[in-house]
Every structure is written in structure tokens, then in C-alpha cells.
Design a protein around this ligand. Structure first.
Ligand code: FAD
Ligand code: MLT
Ligand code: ZN
Length: 470
């Protein structure tokens, strides 16, 4: 086993001494997750500047029997980028690898290093009248490598799909330190296995993403944004069908916000909604290069009133007003965090079973966690809700998780729609996943990372020899 001094000196030899962080003060920002609910103890944080340096670090750690936790912007909501508390894991931060290698407005692609900040890439694409269609409220810190490793969803999945649908090519450092170069800029490529998909959503457990080619779209010339309050969840779902009919493929967001969520935003982010009556609110967006969206949105509103689905509504009159409406939605996560502890559930259920899921979960929670408040919001158009429980200290958190996830599984849903399993949902996934899913996951992990070097304890609960303090 390598001594700590030997390890630090060898890492310094690869990246330079100033890029190996060792003191508690320097490593602190990398050791606690965004939500501040999980803190690990890294052996050190290493910050490579190139793919070759990443590969050398992986080889060194492999030879020394030390595991690696890849980290991007550390905005993940499942603590996947946080090391364990043994002091035996190296955090490998990609935050020095931010180069945008090329942007092709004709081929509609961008090739970028993994540590590039999502917002920076989006802004760069916008200068060429192109859009990178991955929209999340954490875009100012989240990285390209992180969104790929989590297969992030977000606010425009309805129109453009998940990160998986936007990723054309990857460069990955494998567990043996070799580099797989798949930085292809192609829409169509059926030559052999499409291996990039093994790494998208693998949360750093199968390889380290060092660069990617992402698909761009043209910037929609017209958009319309509306906030509506609806009479019930069923009304919201009916309205969604109506909006799809009226706005068609230009419907780019159909987000649900509960009155409780708006209350949190109002109390902790001091943002007030222009309409307040009702228990459920919908933020709807249409975006297109063709005009006529405003008429279509007003048609949705009129049909909504006629059918008794909509109680009240406002269509943004300007870009500035649209941004204000979006701010209400985008501040829910931060407001919830400021409010105090919460148990996040990132679930998806088919829209046709969503009502039954909510009824079952709520009925069971009333008994198991009396007095708990719910903060429900999310991407209704994708059947993805953030069903978050603002629990009290006397509530049994494990029981709450089980109740919500049992109801999800009962109605054919997923316990992780977009945030991943990280370390928070490993036990629940093991408890609830079909045996064949677990067997395939284990086969893939064993094939690509036989010594369990990469992010052990995330997704799969491998206990490894590498997690002793050094
Ligand atoms: P990190 O948090 O650093 O890492 C996340 C995981 O990816 C970890 O398992 C880590 O080990 C792994 N990883 C990171 N970089 C690499 C790499 N280069 N190679 C291999 N593995 C790597 N998520 C959504 O899906 N939709 C949303 O709408 C959304 N909104 C959010 C809003 C807020 C306010 C916040 C705080 C978070 C939100 N998230 C959302 C969650 C989060 O932003 C995403 O999961 C994002 O993709 C994480 O990117 P990151 O760079 O911060 O990754
Ligand atoms: C969102 O939809 O706002 C994000 O996924 C963040 C969250 O779940 O809190
Ligand atoms: Zn979300």
C-alpha cells in the first residue's frame, strides 16, 4: 500500500504541487454536497489540466489501490461526487478542463472539455445563434462532464430530450488509464456498439468523461411563457394534452409548481407570483422559429377556462416578464434548501397513474410522518415530479423514503428520473430494482472497472479494499 506522502508526491509530479489540495480548508468545497447534507473526507483533491493528466492519475491510483471520485461542479443532488469518510478516496476535479475545443454552427455541434460550465457553453453557442438545449437552474456551476455523468434532465426535456439525446460523442478515461476517443460529430453512427451510452448516466462509476461532442439546435426566434393556476392535478394533466394539441412540438416546457413551493419561494427568495389562487400552478413555455405562438398559448388558456381546468392565468408580455415567471420555478430548490431539512424524491410515473401515486403516497405519509409538509414540483410534461418531504426531527426518514418509493414502484415508476442514484438511493434501488437490472449493472461494472477503482459505493454498493484511510 502506498503511503500518503508517496501518493501526494506522485500526484504532484503529474499535475504540479499547487493542484493537489490537501488541507481541510482547501478541500472543504469539494467535500460537502450542494445541499450540505453529506460531507466526506478526501485523501486529497487533484485538479488535472488535460486528458493525459487524468489518464496518468487513474493509472497511478490503480497501481496504488486507491479509489477515485470524479467531480464536476458539485451541484449533484444525490451526493455522487462526494467521497466517503475514510480519508482513502481521491477526489478528481475536472474544473481546470474548461476549453471549448470547437463550435460548428453548420454541423450544429460543440466539442468541449468535461469541466466546462454549462452556462458558458450555452452563452458561447448563443453568439453563433445556436442553442445547447440542456436547461437546469444549476447551469452556472454544473459542468458538461457532470450533466453527462448524471444524464441530467431539466426544464426543456419535453422538447429536446435528456442529456443522452443531446450527446453525440465522448472521450473517456477508462479504469485502466487508457483513453477511449469517441469524439464523433455524427447524427448517425451504427458502427459497432454505441458505447458512449454506457457512460452517460453512469455517475463516474465506469469511466471519467474528459470531453464531449454535444448537439446544438437553432435558437427559437419566438417564445411564449405563461403561468396558470389549475383546479386540480387531473385538470393539469388534461391541460397538458390540450397544450400539446394547440402548441404541438413547439411546447418546450410544462412545469408543475405546487402552492407550497410558491410559498417557499416567496418566503425564502422573496419572489411573488402574479397569480395566487389555487393549489397547483403550471409554467408553460412554447418556443419556435415560426410565429403564432402567442395565439396558440391564448388558445390553451381559453380552452382551459372553458373546461374548468384553469382558475387564473397570465401570459408574459415581455422577455423580462417571462424571466420573472421562470425565476419563480427556478428558485424552488434554493428556497427549499434555505427552509431547512428535506428528503428529496426524484420520481417519474406515467401521467395516467400520477393521481393514484399521489393519493397512495400521501395516505401512507399522513400515518408515518404526521405534520410533514410536502414540496411537490417538477417536470409534469415528463411525468417527473420532485416529491420532497419537509420532515421533522421525530420522523423516520428511512420509512418516508420507503413509502414514497413503494408507491412509485406500485404504479410502474422510477425512483430516479433525472438526478441519479448517487449514494442516497443505492439501498432503495437494491431493494426495488428487478434482479435482471442489478445483474446487468454488476456485469458492466465488473467488465469496465474490475477492481472497483471508480466511485465505489455509488449506484452499486461495492465494498472495496481501497477505502481505508491512508
Ligand atoms: P457533480 O455534482 O460534480 O457530479 C455529479 C455526478 O457525476 C457524480 O457522481 C460525479 O462523480 C459524476 N461526475 C462529474 N463529472 C464527471 C466526469 N467528468 N466524468 C465522470 N463522472 C463525473 N438536475 C437535473 O437533472 N435537472 C434539473 O432540473 C436540475 N436542476 C438543478 C437545480 C439546482 C439549483 C441544483 C443545485 C441542481 C440541479 N440539478 C438538476 C442537479 C445537478 O445540477 C445535475 O445533476 C448536474 O448534472 C450535475 O453536474 P455537476 O457538474 O455539478 O456534477
Ligand atoms: C429542478 O427540477 O428544479 C431540479 O431537478 C432541482 C430539484 O429537484 O430540486
Ligand atoms: Zn428537476
Amino acid at each position: 500500500m502506498t503511503s500518503r506522502t508517496d501518493l501526494l508526491s506522485a500526484l504532484s509530479g503529474i499535475v504540479g504541487e499547487r493542484y493537489v489540495l490537501t488541507t481541510a480548508e482547501d478541500t472543504a468545497p469539494y467535500a460537502t454536497d450542494w445541499k450540505r447534507s453529506t460531507t466526506g473526507v478526501p485523501a486529497c483533491v487533484v485538479r488535472p489540466a488535460s486528458t493525459a493528466q487524468v489518464a496518468a492519475i487513474v493509472r497511478l491510483c490503480g497501481d496504488s489501490g486507491i479509489s477515485i471520485v470524479p467531480q464536476g461542479g458539485n451541484t449533484g443532488l444525490a451526493a455522487g461526487a462526494i467521497p466517503d469518510t475514510t480519508g482513502g478516496q481521491v477526489v478528481l476535479s475536472l474544473n481546470r478542463m474548461q476549453t471549448i475545443r470547437s463550435l460548428d454552427p453548420i454541423g450544429m455541434t460543440v466539442e468541449v472539455e468535461a469541466g466546462a460550465i454549462l452556462q458558458t457553453v450555452r452563452e458561447k453557442a448563443a453568439t453563433m445563434d445556436r442553442m445547447l438545449p440542456i436547461a437546469i437552474a444549476a447551469e452556472g456551476s454544473a459542468t458538461v462532464g457532470g450533466v453527462i455523468a448524471t444524464n441530467a434532465g431539466g426544464l426543456n426535456v419535453l422538447r429536446y430530450g435528456m442529456t443522452r439525446d443531446i450527446t453525440l460523442g465522448l472521450e473517456v478515461v477508462l479504469a485502466d488509464g487508457s483513453v477511449s476517443d469517441g469524439l464523433r460529430h455524427l447524427r448517425k453512427d451504427n458502427a459497432g456498439y454505441d458505447w458512449k451510452h454506457w457512460f452517460i448516466g453512469s455517475e463516474g462509476t465506469l469511466g471519467i468523461v474528459t470531453a464531449a461532442v454535444l448537439r446544438l439546435v437553432s435558437v427559437p426566434r419566438h417564445s411564449v411563457t405563461a403561468l396558470l393556476s389549475v383546479s386540480s392535478l387531473e385538470a393539469a394533466i388534461s391541460l397538458f394534452g390540450h397544450a400539446q394539441q394547440e402548441i404541438g412540438e413547439a411546447l418546450s416546457a410544462f412545469e408543475l409548481i405546487s402552492a407550497n413551493s410558491l410559498d417557499l419561494v416567496s418566503r425564502h427568495a422573496h419572489l411573488k407570483p402574479p397569480i395566487t389562487t389555487g393549489d397547483w400552478f403550471i409554467l408553460l413555455e412554447g418556443a419556435s422559429s415560426l410565429s403564432g405562438l402567442r395565439d396558440a398559448a391564448e388558445g390553451v388558456l381559453a380552452g382551459g377556462f372553458e373546461n374548468g381546468w384553469v382558475i387564473d392565468g397570465v401570459v408574459a408580455e415581455s422577455e423580462a416578464q417571462a424571466r420573472q415567471l421562470w425565476a419563480l420555478r427556478e428558485h424552488v430548490t434554493e428556497a427549499e434548501a434555505r427552509n431547512g431539512p428535506s428528503l428529496k424524491h426524484d420520481i417519474s410515473v406515467s401521467l395516467s397513474h400520477l393521481r393514484e401515486f399521489l393519493d397512495d403516497a400521501e395516505a401512507a405519509l399522513v400515518d408515518a410522518a404526521p405534520g410533514a409538509r410536502l414540496n411537490i414540483f417538477g417536470h409534469l410534461g415528463d411525468g417527473n415530479l420532485h416529491y420532497n418531504v419537509l420532515f421533522r426531527p421525530d420522523h423516520d426518514q428511512k420509512a418516508i423514503n420507503r413509502i414514497v418509493h413503494d408507491a412509485v414502484v406500485k404504479h410502474g415508476g422510477s425512483i430516479s428520473a433525472e438526478h441519479g442514484l448517487g449514494q442516497y438511493r443505492v439501498d432503495e434501488w437494491l431493494r426495488l430494482a428487478p434482479e435482471s437490472d442489478l445483474r446487468l449493472a454488476s456485469t458492466l461494472k465488473t467488465a469496465l472497472d474490475p477492481s472497483g477503482l471508480l466511485n465505489p459505493g455509488k449506484i452499486l454498493p461495492f465494498s472495496l479494499p481501497h477505502t481505508k484511510a491512508i
